[in-house]
Design a protein around this ligand. Structure first.
Ligand SMILES: Cc1ncc(COP(=O)(O)O)c(C=O)c1O
Length: 485
């Protein structure tokens, strides 16, 4: 699959490239090359895409072709561009060894460690009473074998009702209960994706989704999200679907992990139309849809624009309720659910009945539980933002209007080095490159606000202390991305 960036698209991504902060009196071609390198390092310009022809870019930027020629030459010399006469120029990173993530991102059991690597809340107080009530219900199921490949009917009904209440009429036979959202994604990929098929994902994105895609040997292309504004660049995203015709696109439109962005309604509609025209299946991860903050209105579900069963929605209990429940689901057409259930029999047969019953009781109390979670997350987010503004004022953040994470732009390409240093002082961090491919995103860090406010403030204090120490230590160059094994 060849993916290409057109002149106007690259010009928009480059923005005010000629007056970037820190630019001293460098010539235009060097500033342009440096801006392209910055886009690559931030993951906003994917690797392996064809850049516009020199003449086209010169026209789009209203500069001379000689300047573009010199910038491309510099990019070739620094190892950021590979060119073949007559065929064009492709983006790359210097000495690129393809860096893959192990995807392993588990909480530590070290209680002294402030773990900002995991973006999930502890259990709500209502969990215990829901578990007790579930054991009371259990006898109803004990007469059967306990295998329910699509899930127990009462949970499927409760999940379907929640979709219907969101404005997306759904019946229980369109729901399959899984053992978590990650399991849902893995099953969907098994069904929808032949090994080696092409998949479009956001950059940054959820690392364990990248791990699931790696397991299917997917050929991954990325759509780079901007730090601020809407996040998604509508024309580029639609262009990647139309030109690249990926087999599948995995998107997190509701308070995206890690950026917190919320995809606007009109783009949801256009993405569904483009996916249909390109023959692309859309897998929409709604993990955070129940967690808008600041009374932010959530646009209609992506699947509500779908007329052709192109959209498979996945979600689960982990973010609003508790990750330890391991309950998630797929919403798809009834025949797709049947195919998924058949595929699942070869994997894990079905999800635990008791946990599904706990989920039923929690969903029955959804309004109260979720309101408490939002209030808690709002207070914690604000404490984190306040600590960052005081202790690390050079970092840029876009205030997330929902979800559980914020995405900080650091004051240098130091994310991996900072994570290593922070570990020494008892703070575990998920550095930017974990959320992308090929070691890009070194200037970014994901910070979850799922821990109590006091822990978040303490963590920022410790991070700030080691951040300033990094300047004195030998600083790694961003052009040598940390290998993540
Ligand atoms: C976007 C996204 N998808 C899926 C998951 C996994 O969720 P679960 O615990 O339901 O498997 C997470 C957890 O962080 C997530 O952020």
């Amino acid at each position: 699959m060849t993916s290409q960036v057109r002149g106007a698209q690259l010009a928009r991504l480059l923005g005010q490239w000629h007056s970037l902060p820190g630019r001293r009196r460098s010539p235009d071609y060097a500033a342009l090359a440096s801006a392209v390198r910055g886009l690559l390092a931030d993951g906003r310009l994917p690797l392996g895409v064809r850049l516009p022809a020199e003449r086209e870019l010169a026209q789009a930027l209203r500069i001379s072709r000689t300047t573009v020629t010199a910038a491309y030459r510099q990019l070739r010399e620094s190892g950021h561009l590979a060119s073949r006469r007559g065929a064009g120029s492709w983006t790359m990173l210097p000495g690129t060894h393809r860096v893959t993530s192990s995807g392993l991102w588990t909480p530590l059991d070290d209680l002294d460690m402030i773990d900002l690597g995991v973006a999930a809340l502890s259990a709500p107080p209502q969990l215990l009473s829901a578990a007790r009530a579930a054991t009371e219900d259990l006898p109803r199921y004990l007469g059967g074998a306990g295998y329910h490949p699509t899930g127990i009917v009462e949970l499927r009904e409760a999940v379907a009702e929640a979709y219907t209440a969101r404005g997306l009429p759904t019946s229980a036979d369109q729901i399959m209960v899984t053992s978590g959202t990650q399991h849902a994604l893995d099953l969907v990929l098994r069904l929808a994706l032949a090994p080696g098929a092409s998949v479009l994902v956001e950059s940054p994105t959820y690392p364990n989704a990248l791990a699931a895609l790696a397991a299917r040997r997917a050929r991954i292309t990325t759509h780079g999200l901007a730090l601020d504004g809407a996040g998604w660049d509508a024309e580029l995203l639609l262009g990647s679907i139309r030109q690249g015709r990926p087999k599948l696109a995995y998107l997190i439109p509701d308070f995206q992990n890690p950026t917190g962005h919320l995809m606007p309604a009109d783009l949801r509609e256009r993405v569904v139309a483009a996916a249909h025209a390109a023959g692309t299946d859309l897998v929409v991860d709604e993990s955070f849809v129940d967690l808008p903050l600041d009374a932010t209105p959530v646009p209609p579900a992506v699947a509500s624009f779908d007329r052709h069963s192109r959209v498979i929605s996945i979600g689960g209990m982990s973010k609003p309720y508790w990750g330890g429940l391991r309950i998630g689901w797929v919403r798809a057409s009834a025949p797709q659910v049947q195919r998924l259930a058949a595929a699942r029999v070869g994997v894990d047969m079905s999800s635990p009945v008791l946990d599904q019953l706990v989920a039923v009781h929690l969903l029955a109390e959804a309004p109260a539980i979720v309101a408490d979670r939002r209030a808690q997350l709002t207070a914690q987010r604000d404490a984190l933002l306040g600590a960052l503004a005081t202790r690390l004022p050079d970092w840029r953040v876009c205030v997330p209007r929902g979800g559980v994470t914020l995405w900080a732009e650091l004051d240098g390409p130091i994310s991996s080095a900072l994570a290593r240093a922070a570990e020494e002082v008892g703070v575990r961090l998920a550095p930017g490159p974990r959320f992308g491919l090929d070691g890009t995103l070194e200037r970014f860090l994901r910070l979850p606000f799922t821990l109590p406010a006091a822990d978040l403030v303490e963590a920022v204090d410790r991070i700030a202390a080691v951040r300033y120490g990094l300047d004195r230590a030998a600083r790694p160059q961003w052009r040598e991305p940390a290998v993540i094994a």
